[in-house]
Design a protein around this ligand. Sequence first.
Ligand code: SAM
Ligand code: DTB
Ligand code: SF4
Length: 326
Amino acid sequence: MPRYDWTHEEVSKIYSQPFPDLLFQAQTVHRENHCPTTIQRSTLLSVKTGGCPENCKYCPQSAHYDTGVERHPVLAKEVVVAKALEAKEQGSTRFCMGAAWREVKDGKDFDKILELVRGVSEIGMEVCCTLGMLNESQATRLKEAGCYAYNHNLDTSPEYYGQIITTRTYEDRLRTLRNVRDAGITVCCGGIVGMGEKVTDRLGLLLELARQDPHPESVPINMLVRVEGTPLSEQAPVDPIDFVRLVATARIVMPKSYVRLSAGRKEMSDEMQALCFVAGANSIFAGEKLLTTANPGEDHDRALVKKLGMQFQSESAVELKVAANA
Ligand code: SAM
Ligand code: DTB
Ligand code: SF4
């Protein structure tokens, strides 16, 4: 059974084991809870891009930095549903729509988003949204429209958070996560590695996640995409072994969650990704683009999974889940 009372000492001990012991423990937990050769795929689409009032130092969509990202208002339903169909045909089981907002505001734009959620859920995909902060009634309306998951990241430890974002607090984020949970939407919550934080901050983030009851169903672990124009563009690259250690630790402390190898895969070797899969990562973002930055394409991922003798999760699994959620 999952535990919710992890301590920093325990998590740190798990993380610091000899690498073979850590990987063995993570694989053991992984096999007890998941198919060890199956990878789930989600496709992202930025349905409202750029001009965000928040000052997240990593983000190309913040209006505080000049990154050359082209802004656009909320996309039309036909455009979004066509993209979702394309993603489904290519084998994605989840479609995640992102908006560069600090928070959802009731009104025309939110009504449009609800339309998009209905449209995508009608084609039989798990719908995920990431729109910034939400209040209780907005979370309920999303759920009623067919939203299956909500992504809202804690990004880093509570201690390091203030170095990265000052326009909203950790508590703001936790409140939105509670609203999502209370509305009966599954939680997708993780963070970013490579923003100058220490190992203890990375573990502090895992601890925050692993002490939630229930655990987030999905835990995206992003490796910072260093975008020119953002304050973090010159950060040192992440040590791949440290990254794999973190994935393995996430798997051990949140045994049933999907651990998603998220942003940054374009800069990861096949070998690093393979180690992440062995360490318990069982989900990726598919397609040429994340929200605004590049991602390995369909062909590359297909070849990698084939080379490893693994397979992508089939659509039948998602249809069962969507039906159970209805
Ligand atoms: N505005 C909403 C919010 O912040 O919740 C939704 C979209 S926001 C782009 C979603 C997540 O993308 C962020 O929480 C962050 O973890 C991740 N992200 C943004 N820029 C990134 C980057 N350059 N590298 C890695 N992850 C990034
Ligand atoms: C998450 O944790 N990673 C995704 C998704 N949730 C929304 C976003 C990554 C964004 C990377 C930068 C970009 O493409 O704009
Ligand atoms: Fe805005 Fe989200 Fe980017 Fe922060 S991460 S600047 S809230 S789009």
